[in-house]
Design a protein around this ligand. Structure first.
Ligand code: NAP
Length: 304
């Protein structure tokens, strides 16, 4: 029986592992299918403290993993299919095996929703991005597009005004679902233009970077093309929590409901983007990873 199983190997899970391992809990991390999480999909991270020159996302993950191992964390490969509470303990079913643990931290993250285009995959990180806070600074003085009509799209567009010369929001309907105040800020910003009723059909480029988008007006079916150096997708996130249905309490979008990382199930904790639809930053994920490990340690101590 493991003391503590941490499901997910992104920065939240690895930070939880470093803290739990240093508390001598000998945690076991179950890596999941997208080992290392969203940072593995980023290039330079320039907003994580202590790296004034920036650090590559995958390098950050590799260092955190090394640090977790150094203090005694063990890693299981494999994807978790199910977590069940059996008496006081938890049974975790992966594709390969069953693992029992006294406490569990869920740190499975969230995945940015994609449009599902081949061209969007081709230009991923070569102009196609999902985080303006992370990658907006690469487009100083350039033209960029933002896809979406919710609060995230508004926030991304407003953030991009710090760097880009011109921002075009492309939205599939004729009104935003974002909060009024965010809409007002966007519509009142002279750097931001909106293309309503528009669907992105293709991301175009020169093979190494994005140069434009092919659009279709959903009302008139008219096709058009715009020039852009980047496309930031802000069409929602999908928390990776489907395997928890019936165990943890989830909100209507699937995010884990937790207070100070504690879920309603004794011994089950949540850290990082799987329980955070608001901040979604590497530093906040690491912060809640630390909190979850401290809470798990207290929980395990109270049961001795
Ligand atoms: P969201 O509210 O679900 O909005 C997603 C947007 O993307 C919608 O406008 C939707 O269009 C569009 N969309 C979805 N799938 C699409 C597709 N396949 N193709 C084209 N467009 C697509 O997601 P969100 O903006 O990430 O916000 C999530 C939650 O976090 C919300 O509750 C939001 O209020 C909250 N949030 C709050 C803040 C804040 O308070 N500062 C910041 C960010 C997020 P339709 O409108 O046509 O459905």
């Amino acid at each position: 029986m493991e003391n503590l199983a941490i499901i997910g190997s992104g920065i939240a899970g690895l930070t939880a592992a470093i803290y739990a391992a240093r508390a001598n809990l000998k945690p076991a991390v179950i890596s999941g299918k997208d080992e290392g999480g969203q940072l593995m999909l980023t290039t330079t991270v320039e907003n994580y403290p202590c790296f004034p020159e920036g650090i590559l996302g995958p390098e950050m993950i590799s260092l955190a993993r090394k640090q977790a191992k150094k203090f005694g964390t063990r890693f299981y490969d494999g994807n978790v299919l199910k977590v069940e509470k059996k008496g006081e303990a938890f049974e975790i079913t992966t594709e390969e095996e069953k693992i029992e643990a006294k406490a569990v931290i869920i740190a499975t993250g969230a995945s940015a929703r994609m449009l599902g285009l081949e061209s969007e995959k081709k230009y991923w990180n070569k102009g196609v991005h999902t985080c303006a806070t992370c990658d907006g600074a690469f487009y100083d003085g350039k033209e960029v597009a933002v896809a979406g009509g919710g609060d995230s799209a508004m926030e991304e567009a407003l953030f991009l005004t710090h760097n880009a010369a011109k921002i075009t929001i492309i939205h599939r309907r004729d009104s935003f679902r974002a909060s009024k105040i965010m809409q007002e800020r966007v519509l009142g910003n002279e750097k931001i233009k909106v293309m309503w009723d528009s669907e992105i059909e293709e991301v175009t480029g020169d093979g190494s970077k994005v140069t434009g988008l092919k659009l279709r007006n959903v009302k008139t079916s008219t096709r058009s093309q715009i020039k852009t150096d980047a496309m930031f997708l802000a069409i929602g996130h999908i928390p990776n929590t489907a395997f928890l249905k019936g165990l943890a309490e989830l909100d209507e979008q699937g995010y884990i409901i937790a207070t100070e990382t504690k879920t309603k199930v004794a011994g089950l904790f949540a850290a990082g983007d799987c329980a955070d639809k608001k901040y979604r930053q590497a530093i906040t994920a690491a912060g809640t990873g630390c909190q979850a490990a401290l809470e798990a340690e207290r929980y395990l101590e109270s049961r001795q």
